[in-house]
Design a protein around this ligand. Structure first.
Ligand SMILES: NC(=O)c1ccc[n+]([C@@H]2O[C@H](COP(=O)([O-])OP(=O)(O)OC[C@H]3O[C@@H](n4cnc5c(N)ncnc54)[C@H](O)[C@@H]3O)[C@@H](O)[C@H]2O)c1
Length: 438
């Protein structure tokens, strides 16, 4: 299958990366990019920087680097900005997060100190465990949107940017389901005008970015841009969006292992996941309302992956539990345990134990980089609305109404690479392999 290549505008000039939240993930991302620019580190974990993709037949031996195959912005052309409820600059915030060791941090200190967060749109109603001084005083939600739009425009002007992306890397907001105010853009705007509680700060940032024609991604599990009203706005404004909740530790492994067990038609009767986490994210998630948002995002994965409705004998009685325990001594160095109760031929039971000693922000930072670069690419390729090919990065991938999300990591990667092949007019890879056997 071959399609004509689509036009992708070249990435001329500087790309502004505006981060909502200047905490552990954001500062690890920014510090990492500066360290890589200075050749102090390699971009480990980043598909845009290290990934390749195969073109043509296996016998053609064509496997260009993704960053040479599609015109991505260069790391040297990224300019960072942020909003946060705390006044700490990116260096101070990275010190608090304590993810990157002091020696490396000092070598990018000047660059980090230059990033001072703009005042945030924040309301404790949605994140009970936090409070900070760097918050906008607005008379109403409309006014707050206008202030955010002014920030975005000022950022572009002051750095002479040609393009921007906005990524929500702020704390997880309290659980909320889609309501009438979210159903259409007209309803959303009416709700905005009456200061409806259904319009959260993350929605105000997304609305402001989209109104400014800026692509938007959500790294956290709260609804944010994942409501019909804002998808409608993204389509109207011709802007790409992606989300939600970065797929990093325990859920990443789940979406690698569960499809493997299902491929072999092995049954699963229980999957118990628990972990300890001591960073600020862990503290926020210690509040039951915020944890519920994360829990829903983490728990949905197995239902979709294992499809109990299609395989009742294998997964019809699955018991799936997920816990996050706030445990300060561990900081960002999360430890996760999974116990999987599975069964095979003649119902013989087996167990699988996974103990993942990971680092939350180290896993998340390269995903933020990839999302910034791919969203910018999508905008220059004229794409708009939900970018399903970026499902690869998320625990709860956004998807069109009526579809179920694709969670299987290897399918997600195939989807991503085939999208890039299609854009460049290359044959899609079906893995049939019939061409090798006359
Ligand atoms: N690290 C991972 O592996 C991972 C994976 C998936 C999702 N996430 C999500 O990414 C987000 C960031 O994680 P983190 O570890 O950096 O958390 P963090 O607590 O270190 O940083 C979040 C920052 O957001 C700020 N903030 C909160 N509300 C804000 C608002 N309305 N406007 C501006 N700033 C605001 C906080 O002050 C804080 O500095 C969290 O929601 C987390 O759940 C992280």
């Amino acid at each position: 299958m071959r399609h004509p290549a689509i036009h992708i505008a070249s990435p001329r000039g500087k790309l502004g990366v505006l981060l909502v939240g200047l905490g552990a993930v954001s500062t690890t991302f920014i510090a990492g990019v500066h360290a890589i620019r200075k050749d102090l580190a390699k971009p480990i974990g980043s598909l845009t920087q290290l990934g390749t993709l195969r073109l043509g037949k296996r016998t053609d031996h064509r496997a260009p680097a993704i960053r040479e195959f599609v015109p991505l912005a260069q790391l040297d052309d990224l300019v960072f900005g942020a909003w946060d409820i705390f006044e700490d600059n990116a260096y101070e915030s990275a010190r608090t997060a304590a993810v990157i060791e002091t020696g490396l941090l000092e070598r990018v200190r000047t660059e980090l100190e230059a990033i001072r967060p703009m005042a945030a749109v924040f309301n404790r109603q949605y994140v009970k465990r936090l409070d900070g001084p760097n918050v906008k005083r607005g008379c109403d939600k409309r006014d707050l949107v206008e202030q955010l739009r002014a920030d975005i425009r000022a950022f572009a002007r002051s750095h002479s940017l040609t393009r921007m992306v906005v990524l929500w890397c702020a704390s997880t907001e309290a659980y909320m389901t889609e309501s009438a105010a979210h159903k259409s853009l007209a309803e959303f705007e009416r709700a905005l005008d009456r200061n409806d509680a259904a319009i959260t700060p993350s929605m105000l940032y997304a609305y402001a970015a989209l109104q400014e024609g800026v692509p938007y991604a959500n790294a956290a599990p709260n609804l944010g841009v994942d409501i019909p009203a804002l998808v409608e706005l993204a389509t109207e404004q011709h802007v790409p969006v992606a989300g939600k909740d970065l797929k990093t530790g325990q859920t990443l492994l789940k979406t690698i292992i569960a499809p493997g067990l299902k491929s072999r038609m092995l049954g699963v009767s229980g999957w118990y996941s628990t972990n300890i986490l001591g960073n600020r994210d862990g503290e926020v998630l210690d509040d039951p309302d915020c944890f519920r948002t994360k829990e829903v995002s983490k728990k949905g994965v197995l239902d979709y992956l294992l499809q109990p409705q299609l395989y009742p004998d294998l997964y019809g009685h699955l018991c799936h539990k997920v816990q996050i325990n706030y445990y300060p001594p561990r900081g960002d160095n999360k430890e996760g345990w999974d116990n999987v109760d599975l069964f095979g031929w003649l119902n013989y039971p087996m167990q699988l134990k996974i103990n993942f000693l990971c680092r939350d922000s180290i896993l998340a930072a390269p995903l933020v980089l990839d999302l910034a670069l791919f969203l910018d690419l999508a905008a220059r390729a004229g794409r708009h609305g939900i970018q399903e090919w970026l499902s690869f990065y998320f625990k709860s991938p956004m998807h069109a109404t009526g579809l179920y999300p694709e969670h299987d990591l290897s399918i997600q990667l195939t989807k991503l690479k085939n999208t890039l092949r299609e854009w460049r007019g290359e044959s899609l890879i079906t893995h049939l392999g019939t061409e090798y056997y006359g």
